[in-house]
Write a protein that binds this ligand. Structure first.
Ligand code: URA
Length: 192
């Protein structure tokens, strides 16, 4: 069995452990756990905020309107979605898509830490402010610092606008495309 199979197996085991998690109240209201999806051997990890309605219904992150927009950016910069891994800070949907509560984040971060440890990606991209404030720095300012690279541990990290923010304010789409081009450049350089 190769290293990629080991990672796949570890992710399956970690997901199974996460299915049993009731460390916050969201485990009671969710329809499906939205653990994360993608390539166990991914060198690029995207981390969003929390599942929405469609994600809760399917158990797959970023499949609603925001996810479809993310797919278009991935396509535009030649990053196949199946090559990356996509996860969220919270694995269960907050009712009515409200912002994650502090105790929910505290309870859930261990699952993301496990995913990061198993995947050991080279690049982590935060989708939106909430993810960036948790993973990059608490005072992260998305309007000023989107597309800026930070080095944390072994990882190159940056944040881009959350695709939902682009749906609300299409004037941000130009910045998003530039940021995604930069990410793609770094990503494609890894493989060469
Ligand atoms: N928004 C997120 O932050 N994550 C999803 O999975 C879907 C929408």
């Amino acid at each position: 069995m190769g290293a990629a199979d080991d990672k796949e197996m570890s992710l399956v085991q970690a997901r199974t452990a996460c299915e049993c998690c009731h460390d916050c109240a969201l485990g009671k209201t969710r329809t499906n756990l939205v653990y994360g999806t993608g390539n166990a051997n991914a060198r690029l990890l995207f981390v969003g905020e929390a599942p929405g309605e469609r994600e809760d219904a399917t158990g797959i992150p970023f499949v609603g309107a925001a996810g479809q927009l993310l797919d278009r950016y991935l396509f535009a910069v030649d990053i196949p979605r199946e090559d990356v891994y996509i996860a969220n800070i919270l694995k269960c949907r907050p009712p009515k898509n409200r912002d994650p509560l502090e105790d929910e984040v505290q309870a859930c971060m261990k699952h993301l830490r496990t995913q990061v440890r198993i995947l050991n990606p080279s690049i982590i991209v935060c989708l939106g402010r909430i993810s960036a404030m948790r993973l990059i720095k608490p005072d992260f300012r998305i309007t000023k610092e989107h597309g800026v690279w930070f080095h944390r541990g072994n990882f190159d990290m940056c944040a881009v606008y959350h695709p939902s923010a682009l749906l609300r304010d299409p004037s941000k789409k130009e910045d998003m495309l530039e940021d995604m081009k930069q990410i793609a450049q770094k990503y494609h350089a890894l493989k060469s």
